[in-house]
Design a binder for this molecule. Structure first.
Ligand code: NAD
Ligand code: LMR
Length: 372
């Protein structure tokens, strides 16, 4: 390559690294939404970015990661012919640029499981990652809807809530843990076992997103399969849905967890959030949100109605079968402990930073280690 073509190539790459954000905030909701993916260079982040590029409601797509590959992913995805303007951002100094004016922020940043690990084993690394990224959101795009994918979701969502509260910008309607993959798995596995179109089957999956906290309500399957579920079928399906993540972790044998199915689930869920923000009525999905449905669980996954403000309504659980009621009773202590673990972690950090950075505005946003 001669000097001129080298310079041209460097300038092209720099355009992805140092984006000039051109946006008319008054026109944003007429032309489409601004969406950021944090962790965009990862196993989930890359296919999710591709799917969001094709989402007709996305006008401005920001792809952020701590690794420089974010620029390459953005360059690659940007060639897909759709209306979404796509730019890459890399490293903590560019995080505010990536978040400026965002309507929706999807967070798949963090480490995945290896065989033999539980999701809770990821807490020590992912808790800090989610805390710092959400602190940046609180500072730069406090009105954005947040979709938290990073595990353990049962704890990372409560962490996010505490960070937003500490920054004075918490609105429970705008914070959602993504559990849509559990719903997709339930649809797929029920269809495989009982027949029917997996696209047309509706199976509520409630509770949380780890092991027994994932509770499929097979008795509420619609359309209800002819002959219903025998006790053994219900037990086997429930077990498979609860262990769908582990099935993939073991099949990938140390190379990560679900990425492609998760990207599909996250893109579908993000699209539903944008449909709600866009004013569409009666958009129903499942999500792990602040909830009063089950005593002892301040966050709980259930069916929700999405709208212009985010979660407009948390819908009830309906009538449970005896085995589902037993499953609900059994999951409550574990879910409640995971929620407390997340809240305590974030509160301890808030107390620490508020005493060391008094008067610094958003206290957590000023904490060191952002994006580490
Ligand atoms: P991955 O390792 O392939 O990708 C993670 C990406 O996050 C990497 O590109 C990494 O550089 C980036 N990252 C790390 N720290 C960051 C930071 N501070 N800021 C921005 N980016 C950062 O992992 P993956 O397979 O994509 O999984 C990501 C997370 O999603 C894991 O915690 C996994 O357990 C979780 N997950 C959740 C669900 C769910 O249903 N909610 C499903 C699958 C995976
Ligand atoms: C999943 O359900 O696939 C994810 O939570 C990833 C995992 O660790 O199982």
């Amino acid at each position: 390559m001669d000097n001129r073509s080298t310079n041209r190539r460097v300038a092209q790459l720099a355009a992805h690294l140092q984006p000039q954000i051109r946006r008319d905030p008054t026109a944003a909701h007429k032309t489409g939404f601004t969406v950021a993916v944090l962790g965009a260079a990862g196993g989930i982040g890359q296919p999710l970015s591709l799917l969001l590029k094709r989402c007709p409601l996305v006008a401005d797509l920001r792809l952020y990661d701590v690794v420089p590959l974010a620029a390459g992913v953005a360059a690659d995805v940007s060639h897909v012919n759709s209306r979404a303007d796509t730019r890459g951002f890399h490293g903590p100094s560019q995080l505010p640029l990536a978040l400026e004016g965002c309507d929706l922020v999807v967070i798949p940043a963090g480490v995945p499981r290896k065989p033999g690990m539980t999701r809770d084993d990821l807490f020590n690394i992912n808790a800090g990652i989610v805390r710092d990224l959400v602190a940046a959101c609180a500072k730069t795009c406090p009105n954005a809807v947040l979709n938290v994918i990073s595990n353990p979701v049962n704890s990372t969502v409560p962490i996010a809530a505490e960070v937003l509260k500490d920054a004075g910008v918490y609105d429970p309607r705008r914070l959602m843990g993504v559990t849509h993959l559990d719903v997709m798995r339930a649809r797929t596995f029920v269809s495989q076992s009982k027949g029917g179109d997996p696209n047309a089957i509706d199976v509520p999956v409630v509770g949380g997103h780890a092991g027994v906290t994932i509770l499929p309500l097979l008795s509420q399957t619609r359309p209800f399969p002819k002959g219903g579920f025998t006790a053994e079928e219900a037990r086997a399906l429930t077990h498979r849905i609860q262990n769908g993540g582990t099935e993939v972790v073991e099949a990938k044998a140390g190379a990560g967890s679900a990425t492609l199915s998760m990207a599909a689930a996250a893109a579908e869920f993000a699209h539903s959030c944008l449909r709600g923000l866009n004013g569409e009525r009666n958009v129903l999905e499942h999500a792990f949100v602040e909830s009063h449905l089950v005593p002892g669980c301040s966050f709980f996954a259930s069916r929700v109605r999405l709208g212009r403000a985010g979660v407009e309504k948390v819908l009830g659980l309906g009538k449970l079968s005896d085995s589902e009621a037993a499953g609900l009773k059994a999951l409550t202590p574990e879910l409640s402990a995971s929620i407390r673990k997340g809240s305590d972690f974030a509160r301890a950090r808030c107390a620490l930073t508020s005493s060391s950075t008094a008067g610094a505005g958003s206290r957590l946003a000023a904490a060191p280690g952002l994006g580490a």
